[in-house]
Write a protein that binds this ligand. Structure first.
Ligand SMILES: [Zn+2]
Length: 172
């Protein structure tokens, strides 16, 4: 393992411990050249199997990318997205299988996203579950209303407040 300080290839393990209840291994290494210490982590690779048959490693960045679109204009920070992706990863890892259908990853996103922002959730769910008419939205909103507590934050209303009050065109 290459030393991140001096790029020397030779290092020795000085400590090794499992973390995350055995799901990962962390190693403390010491560089044979400069003597500095650094940590490496070893994790099983989660494979996401798409419907097309394509397999790819699970990526938190991909989760964030997908969710970010649904969160446009919503009060959701990068930190929120990072935490959501972590929760999704924890959830799919907790399933304890090496290969997860992409569907399952989408399902794992829905719960945390709903807690984060209900509008973003509706947007994401509408794509993910292919809502194709108003009734689908209405049914989902009814479900949210029935299950959820009142919203903690006011929905972003309209942009009309920011518009200047002067009428611009007075042509005759
Ligand atoms: Zn070194």
């Amino acid at each position: 393992m290459r030393c991140p300080f001096c790029k020397e290839d030779d290092s020795r393990v000085v400590d090794s411990r499992t973390t995350d209840e055995g799901a990962a291994i962390r190693r403390r290494r010491e560089c044979a050249s400069c003597g500095r210490r650094f940590t490496t982590a070893e994790n099983t690779v989660l494979i996401v199997a798409k419907r097309s048959g394509v397999q790819e490693p699970f990526s938190r960045a991909k989760v964030i990318g997908g969710v970010r679109k649904a969160c446009q204009g919503r009060p959701v920070s990068e930190d929120d997205l990072g935490r959501l992706a972590q929760r999704v990863e924890d959830a799919v890892r907790a399933a304890g299988i090496a290969e997860i259908p992409a569907m399952e990853v989408g399902l794992a996103i829905l719960g945390p996203l709903r807690e984060l922002d209900e509008v973003a959730y509706l947007r994401f769910a509408s794509v993910y579950r292919s809502f194709d008419n108003l009734e689908d939205f209405e049914a989902e909103i009814a479900l949210l209303r029935a299950e959820g507590e009142p919203l903690g934050q006011e929905p972003v209303n309209t942009k009309s407040n920011t518009r200047p009050t002067t009428k611009s065109s007075q042509s005759s």
